[in-house]
Design a binder for this molecule. Sequence first.
Ligand SMILES: C[C@@]1(CC(=O)O)c2cc3[nH]c(cc4nc(cc5[nH]c(cc(n2)[C@H]1CCC(=O)O)[C@@](C)(CC(=O)O)[C@@H]5CCC(=O)O)C(CC(=O)O)=C4CCC(=O)O)c(CCC(=O)O)c3CC(=O)O
Ligand SMILES: NC(=O)C1=CN([C@@H]2O[C@H](COP(=O)(O)OP(=O)(O)OC[C@H]3O[C@@H](n4cnc5c(N)ncnc54)[C@H](O)[C@@H]3O)[C@@H](O)[C@H]2O)C=CC1
Length: 216
Amino acid sequence: MAYFPFMIEVENARILIAGGGRSALWKVKALSGFGADLVVAAPSVLPELRERERAGEIRILLQPYRPDLLEGTACVVAATGDPEKNRSIAADCGARGIPCNAVDDPAHSDFIFPAVLRRENYTLAVSTDGKSPLMARKIKERAAEALPEEFDRATGALGDMRARVLREEKDPGKRMRIFEAAAQRLLAGECSGADAGEGSRTDAGEKAENTAAKDK
Ligand SMILES: C[C@@]1(CC(=O)O)c2cc3[nH]c(cc4nc(cc5[nH]c(cc(n2)[C@H]1CCC(=O)O)[C@@](C)(CC(=O)O)[C@@H]5CCC(=O)O)C(CC(=O)O)=C4CCC(=O)O)c(CCC(=O)O)c3CC(=O)O
Ligand SMILES: NC(=O)C1=CN([C@@H]2O[C@H](COP(=O)(O)OP(=O)(O)OC[C@H]3O[C@@H](n4cnc5c(N)ncnc54)[C@H](O)[C@@H]3O)[C@@H](O)[C@H]2O)C=CC1
């Protein structure tokens, strides 16, 4: 197995989760917050999935998986608790060119789930290629402890100024120096801290950009 961490656009994409047990819940937790249309299909579901339905996070179809549910679906998670069933769902998906994750069967999956650290302005994903999901979680937790808040704020501020710098500075070398200098100041807390009282991230980005431009 060799997995590459593509970042896939899932906003508004329909994702079918066949199953309503702990694995299904785990995958729903991982996927929520990314704007996908999450549909859980199972004859019975855990109470926590019901709560998530009430909160508008997912839709629940109280029925076993059927191949017609694949229509209009961008990708599928097979989590029925029955390895043979999960594998046959993966085969149905394969026949239709729909990527499928069978939660208990990486060998018959087109993709697997990493442990995900989602910050406002960046996402970190850790995979052990299925060797140890528990270690994937631990590595993610250690990274979360080690990554200070400034990285998130600096990413947001640089994101705010980037389009303008790309538009206004045509020299790629100079652009890179502007970004480097802005990142350095933001990470040192020289802009975001000072600007925090005044308002937006954009202010921090602009200040970093102005100071960086002066340095050129
Ligand atoms: C292949 C994969 C599924 C896939 O296809 O996606 C897979 C498979 C399996 N998981 C199992 C068990 C557990 N999984 C977790 C937790 C997580 N598992 C996740 C991902 C993946 N799990 C994929 C590979 C990821 C990689 O590359 O490393 C995480 C990271 C993300 C997520 O689920 O959303 C999420 C942590 C979320 C977080 O906190 O960030 C815990 C609890 C814990 O660790 O706290 C346990 C119990 C402890 C243990 O057994 O280790 C079993 C045995 C089942 C059994 O008992 O029978 C299998 C089957 C097998 O290994 O074959
Ligand atoms: N991240 C992961 O992959 C995790 C895996 N696990 C482990 O995996 C083990 C199995 O848990 P689950 O996979 O959740 O199985 P499960 O047996 O607990 O739940 C199966 C679910 O699938 C539904 N179902 C059954 N047949 C179906 C069909 N034909 N179509 C649609 N839905 C159907 C059932 O109603 C039930 O809701 C657990 O013991 C748990 O320890 C636990 C936590 C996380």
